[in-house]
Design a protein around this ligand. Structure first.
Ligand SMILES: CC/C=C\C/C=C/C(=O)SCCNC(=O)CCNC(=O)[C@H](O)C(C)(C)COP(=O)(O)OP(=O)(O)OC[C@H]1O[C@@H](n2cnc3c(N)ncnc32)[C@H](O)[C@@H]1OP(=O)(O)O
Length: 717
């Protein structure tokens, strides 16, 4: 766990060994504690080098241990103090990553030498924590308060070059880092009078004062304001500011006491648990499986080096950029000449002149590629035609994928020669930025096709989740009842402002109505027309607020009929200063419109609380999530949560909808749904799904045990 060797005659080389990232689990902490003591008392040893096995220094504390009430083995703070106090120079040899507790370990060393490709950082804030093993106190003393606060609050990875400039690293080298650190440590020994300890004092960060900061009060006030407005209810970023303020104002030992107290408030908090759950949910998608039993570890991906993107609207352009950035050679096809020229300019701008992209107005240009992503207009007839053509044009074995967000993958597959080569690759806008990729398999998609799309997602840096084929797949299927509830709430007396405020306070960056204005109200309108819910498909005399015997809200359709498509037309649920404007203002027209609508339909507006908004919107969405599990469309609640956190901006500190349901308590969610369904019996989305009932009847097991209940439940359906 921590290997000890004496090298070069007098250097104790301590190597952390805990693959894959050398996380500091109990046995590693034990090993570090013992080897530091050994180096201290070994008369042959004059200096110490600390390194990580297999090219990674240390990925920090072991997140898997965090569920424990008290962590076993020696505490990191104790180990780091022992190391800092050592009277022999200690040098960190940093290759790969030094993150979280790994960077705190390096800060407790007297010197830090990094490889030019190394990355350091404090990502704890993403786990609902902050650097609570001395990092919040030592980093500001080394690099100053503003730089330290930025690193701690953002959780970003700092490249070696920047770390050198900040003074976080003493040297950056391109050669073998351990060898360089060994040589460096011996020089320190030669220039330092032996064993007195005094010459190292300036390198013990705990002994140093924080570099002074002018206008400190104003600086921290401003920082706190910024964090409050961005944190959207997350507590960890606020604690980061409090801890760094402690470093700037208190002596080290007092700062450490404050750090301990603050960490105590976060460590087992609901937000920390939710954020840490997200860490593992993000990675769980890679271990995909299909109902056929095909799995990630038994299916091989096809090699892909060339791709074609068909259709260069906003999505197609983003997809082209994402593929090119992943190193593929891309043919971008758009039949409309003016759109092609515009897309070429936009893609070049985004790629800043890099990437291998060629452009063509002709589908024939896709003849030789390994994979196609179709990203044309969301219209089944057009897509079917393109898939037929692609099937004739492309070389045998080309994977044909579609970016459709709702349409039937299997229907598209049936237009092709090789339906097993067809899968969905559902990107999220903007496609070159948003992390999520839903990889949708149809009943005939081959495991190899799924493996290839998943592998490509990984190359693009996406969080890829394999899901089954149904209308809307996982994400949009669950979104439908959420949007529906928001519209019903408007009918009953709420305003877009009230609904959005509740959701934004919950932690979404944008409420549902601001989000609809951003994406364009016409998108859903077109889908509803295709589904025959509105437009010419609706039979004359059909009541406006009922479809297929269920409650229906035509509000979105009426807005579109008024030409209010959202930001793009300058008005939607809100008013904007111009078409394309971004700042939403309340619109008196809308208030009037809603009043008239309610009067026309005999609806009496009532006061609606934020709690009702949250419960109806979120519980309806969660209920559909249980149906998705029940139908086997998603393989696990973790997959659903990853989709929501990385594709729909569900707040990470709430852990995704299914995790949130487990935190609220399944019985309470069930009770809420029962209550709202009784009040609205014509809304099937509010009727609790049978899997939820069964989970509650099974005693509401923790989320990692749901799969057993799901299996039993599905076998009986
Ligand atoms: C008690 C004291 C309290 C506070 C002080 C200290 C707190 C901390 O240190 S919290 C931990 C801070 N560190 C991190 O947040 C780093 C987390 N890891 C990563 O960001 C990445 O893993 C990486 C950048 C280090 C490497 O990325 P990559 O090469 O893409 O690998 P993976 O992310 O797929 O990870 C591989 C494998 O390792 C598991 N893992 C990674 N880090 C940890 C960890 N710190 N603890 C436990 N497990 C870790 C990860 O889950 C992957 O395994 P699975 O595929 O099985 O999930």
């Amino acid at each position: 766990m921590a290997q000890y060797r004496v090298v070069s005659g007098s250097v104790a080389l301590i190597t952390i060994q805990n693959p894959p990232v050398n996380a500091l689990r109990a046995a590693v902490r034990e090993g570090l504690f013992n080897t530091i003591k050994r180096a201290s008392s070994d008369p042959q040893v004059r200096s110490v080098v600390l390194s990580g096995h297999n090219g990674t220094f240390c990925g920090g504390a072991d997140i898997k241990e965090f569920g424990n009430v008290s962590l076993p083995g020696p505490h990191l703070v104790e180990i780091f103090q022992l190391m800092e106090d050592l009277v022999k120079p200690v040098v960190a040899a940093i290759e790969g990553f030094a993150l979280g507790g790994g960077l705190e370990l390096a800060l407790a060393c007297h010197y830090r030498i990094g490889h030019s490709k190394a990355k350091v950082g404090f990502p704890e804030v993403n786990l609902g924590l902050f650097p609570g093993a001395g990092g919040s106190q030592r980093l500001p003393r080394l690099v100053g308060v503003p730089a330290a606060l930025d690193i701690i609050i953002t959780g970003r990875h700092v490249a070696a070059g920047e770390a050198l400039k900040l003074g976080l690293l003493d040297r950056v080298i391109d050669q073998n880092t351990v060898d360089a650190a060994v040589t460096f440590s011996k020089i320190q020994k030669c220039t330092s009078p032996p064993i007195s300890g005094k010459p190292l004092d300036n390198h013990r960060l705990g002994n140093r004062p924080c570099p002074p900061l002018e206008n400190m009060d104003a600086f921290f006030e401003e920082a706190m304001k910024r964090v409050h407005s961005r944190a959207r209810g997350a507590v960890a970023p606020i604690t980061c500011v409090q801890a760094v303020r402690g470093a700037a104002t208190l002596p080290f030992h007092k700062g450490m006491e404050l750090e301990k107290m603050l960490l105590g408030t976060l460590f087992n908090s609901a937000q920390a648990q939710a954020s840490q759950y997200c860490f593992f949910a993000e990675r769980a998608g890679a271990r995909w499986s299909m109902p056929s039993g095909a799995r990630w570890d038994t299916c091989k991906a096809k090699p892909i080096s060339t791709a074609a993107v068909i259709g260069l609207g906003t999505m197609g352009r983003g997809i082209t950029v994402a593929l090119a950035r992943a190193g593929l050679s891309v043919v971008a096809v758009e039949t409309q000449e003016h759109q092609l020229a515009e897309a070429q300019r936009a893609v070049s701008r985004m790629l800043k002149g890099g990437g291998r992209v060629s452009y063509s107005p002709d589908l024939q240009a896709a003849a030789e590629v390994d994979l196609v992503v179709e990203a044309v207009f969301e219209d089944m007839a057009i897509k079917e035609k393109i898939f037929k053509q692609l099937s004739e044009v492309c070389k045998p074995g080309t994977l044909l994928t579609t970016n459709t967000s709702t349409l039937d993958i299997d229907r598209l597959a049936s237009c092709t020669r090789d339906p097993q080569l067809v899968v969905g690759m559902h990107f999220f806008a903007p496609a070159h930025i948003m992390r999520l990729l839903e990889v949708v398999y149809g009943p005939r998609s081959s495991p190899e096709a799924v493996a290839t799309a998943m592998q490509l997602g990984k190359r693009m840096g996406k969080v890829s989740v394999a899901v089954g084929n149904c209308t809307g797949f996982v994400g949009n299927r669950m979104l439908k009842p959420y949007l529906e509830q928001a519209n019903f709430l408007l009918e009953e007396g709420a305003t877009p402002e009230l609904v959005d405020a509740a959701l934004e306070e919950f932690g979404f960056p944008m409420g549902v109505f601001k989000m609809s204005d951003l994406s364009g109200l016409d998108v859903g309108w077109r889908v509803r027309k295709e589904e025959g819910l509105t437009g010419p498909g609706v039979t004359a005399g059909q009541p406006m607020r009922i479809r297929h015997g269920r409650r229906y809200s035509p509000l979105g359709d009426l807005m579109c009929e008024e030409g209010r498509y959202g930001q793009k037309t300058g008005s939607g649920w809100y008013l904007y200063d111009k078409p394309g404007g971004r700042v939403a203002r309340s619109d008196p027209w809308l208030r009037n419109f809603l009043e008239q609508y309610r009067a026309r339909h005999g609806l009496v507006a009532r006061r609606i609380s934020q709690q009702e908004v949250l419960e109806r919107c979120l519980y309806a969405l969660i209920n559909e999530g249980f149906r998705v599990l029940e139908d086997g469309i998603a393989a696990s609640p973790q997959n659903i949560d990853a989709i929501y956190v990385f594709g729909y901006s569900w707040p990470k500190h709430r852990g995704g909808p299914m995790f949130y349901a487990s935190q609220v308590g399944l019985a309470r969610v069930l009770e809420g749904l029962n209550h709202y369904h009784q009040a609205h019996p014509d809304v099937p989305h509010l009727e609790p799904c049978s899997l939820l009932r069964r989970l509650v009847a099974s005693g509401s097991p923790p989320i990692n045990k749901w799969s057993e209940v799901v299996k039993g439940h599905r076998s009986q359906l």
